[in-house]
Design a protein around this ligand. Sequence first.
Ligand code: NAP
Length: 228
Amino acid sequence: VSTGLGQALACAYLDRGDRVYGVSRRQPSDLVRRQRFAFASVDLSELDAVVPRLESLLRGVDALDLVVLNAAVLPPVGDMRETPLATLKHAMDVNTWANKILLDFVFDRVARVDQVIAISSGAAVSSTRGWNGYSISKAALNALVRLYAAERPQTHFSAFAPGLVDTGMQAYLRSMPADARYPGLEGLKRARGTPDMPAPDAAALRLVVEFERLRAEASGGFHKTRAR
Ligand SMILES: NC(=O)c1ccc[n+]([C@@H]2O[C@H](COP(=O)([O-])OP(=O)(O)OC[C@H]3O[C@@H](n4cnc5c(N)ncnc54)[C@H](OP(=O)(O)O)[C@@H]3O)[C@@H](O)[C@H]2O)c1
């Protein structure tokens, strides 16, 4: 919730009057001043340290309408051959395995969990050259969601690709020098400031509505935003 889509989603739900529990490493200075917002600083790459931080955040909570698994890292764009295994493992830890820890904790401690949305990406299925560990981690995330959905019929699960959103992740991609191996980077630069790449606040308002609609779909599926 410290920045980007997660921060904007937290804000959108608070504006609706919902109570929001958020995590990230950095504290979101604007959100922590809001009523009905609770925050814990958690480094999701430190897998063994996640549960103790969640214990205090969710103490006494017995129902959650929605769990959004949003945090992710984008490893440096580059070919698989050039990408160290440690970089791929780090992306898997944050983008995939931390979500197993979050889900297991929530299902263990919270009696009612209605819906889980895992924020995925088109890269989960496109495996575009250069997106190395990001693609792999999001493909695995989609599988993780489908597996949990089969195990837990009382909760509705979706993996969801939000489309392009103008966040820090996109700022990093724009900062990359042109490289003939990764022609998609130029398209991302062109998309900025167009309806194809909304600001996080605008995207979040749309996603809140789309998340509701996903509940009519079969649990466990992968969906892309309808906005593009
Ligand atoms: N932006 C896009 O165009 C786009 C497109 C498709 C999918 N997505 C997906 O949308 C989601 C949000 O992306 P974004 O664009 O908003 O990214 P972002 O601006 O880079 O924000 C990422 C968020 O994840 C948190 N995070 C990263 N590493 C963490 C860690 N080790 N522990 C705890 N929190 C961590 C960050 O908080 P801290 O740094 O404070 O920890 C930050 O709040 C991601 O799942 C991304 O893959 C984005």
